[in-house]
Design a protein around this ligand. Structure first.
Ligand code: SF4
Length: 359
């Protein structure tokens, strides 16, 4: 049986006027060559787009006025636009971005004492259909282009006034399954980590997958790639089959085998994210099975108390149970941390702000 994630998701239709925002150096060379300019101009535009994060052609003062005018005619410069934002008491801000074709995706800006983490979307909607996820309810609309992914970063860094050298972590944990859009995500990764541009560290970029084993295997073939996290959320196939339909295609044993075969750098570990739902996934037996799974490859475990949202039908675990599970995992020699969902008091779980906008 063919499932939604076996099919490539639709791509963004080409715009009548090319958009320079999101172009790599090669594409920019083509753009300036069409205007009779040398490749040096392409490098200047690249630096303006990604190092300076300029958003209007007038800002490219390293180019002549005449060239800026011709660029204005030949190419758009349009990053995703923030159309709604919701701030949380914990300092994080969830943003809804409107894309060129009117679709809306979400990103989250999360400031910490020593760094900022940006949570990014990789698709409009999602094909994976996880039952606990607001985005899953939307189904898949299309893949984001590399420029739309990079654009969430540029726009959030600009909106929050970040300097170019601020420490920034990126996590693909917003809307979409990043391994279902691996080509565009890897093109975005190349732009994000280019030392001539945003120059983000590859080690600070993490893709979180629901368990798309074919995608894990494709990612493993990239010598230069982001870190990998798995949204595990269940310790038995019976339960994972119910909440994450991808498990019916690749069960826990298949996932374990793919993760054991995943080539890791020295000191690199795969993050296992485990959402704790009261009375559903937070038993001590779950903790023991989770420990057994995590012990089979270099890993660290992130326990995520459920972030309740309207109509979900689930409750967060008790603080006592969180403590018991942490102790159980630590006693098995595993690295474990608790990640509180940020922005609990605003627009709730992933996909809600975007759905509000879409409506
Ligand atoms: S949890 Fe992630 S993979 Fe699952 S439906 Fe939601 S966005 Fe898609």
């Amino acid at each position: 049986m063919t499932r939604a994630w076996d099919q490539p998701a639709p791509e963004l239709a080409p715009a009548p006027v090319p958009n320079a925002a999101g172009m790599g150096l090669e594409a920019l060379r083509g753009l300036v060559a069409g205007l009779g300019e040398s490749g040096f101009r392409a490098a200047q535009i690249f630096e303006g787009l990604y190092r300076h994060r300029w958003t209007r052609w007038e800002q490219f003062t390293s180019l002549s006025r005449d060239l800026r005018a011709r660029l204005q005619e030949r190419a758009g410069l349009s990053w995703p636009e923030i159309v709604d934002s919701a701030g949380s008491d914990d300092g994080s801000t969830k943003h809804a971005f409107r894309l060129e074709d009117g679709h809306v995706v979400e990103g989250v800006h999360m400031p910490y004492r020593d760094r900022t983490t940006l949570c990014l979307s990789s698709q409009v909607g999602c094909a994976m259909g996880c039952t606990f996820c607001a985005t899953g309810l939307m189904g898949i609309k299309r893949n984001l282009g590399a420029g739309e992914i990079v654009g969430q970063v540029v726009t959030m860094l600009n909106a929050h006034g970040h300097a170019g050298n601020d420490p920034v972590n990126l996590v693909f944990m917003g809307m979409g399954e990043p391994l279902h859009n691996l080509d565009q995500v890897m093109a975005a990764f190349a732009l994000l980590t280019d030392p001539r541009g945003l120059a983000l560290s590859p080690r600070r970029i993490t893709l979180s997958t629901s368990g798309l084993v074919s995608g894990i295997q494709r990612l493993a073939a990239h010598a230069r790639r982001p870190r990998l996290a798995l949204s595990l959320n269940a310790t038995t196939d019976a339960y994972r089959d119910r909440i994450m339909p991808v498990n019916r295609a690749w069960n826990l044993a298949a996932l374990r085998d793919a993760l054991k075969a995943f080539p890791l750098e020295h000191g690199e570990r795969i993050t296992l994210e485990y959402v704790l739902l009261q009375g559903v996934t937070d038993s001590l037996e779950d903790g023991r099975r989770l420990a057994a799974f995590a012990a089979q490859f270099p890993s660290k475990v992130n326990l995520i108390p459920f972030n309740p949202h309207e109509g979900s039908g689930f409750e967060p675990p008790s603080e006592q149970r969180i403590g018991e599970l942490m102790a159980l995992l630590a006693a098995k020699g595993l690295t474990v941390s608790v990640r509180r969902s940020r922005g609990q008091d605003v627009a709730g779980a992933c996909g809600q702000l975007a759905r509000r906008q879409q409506r």
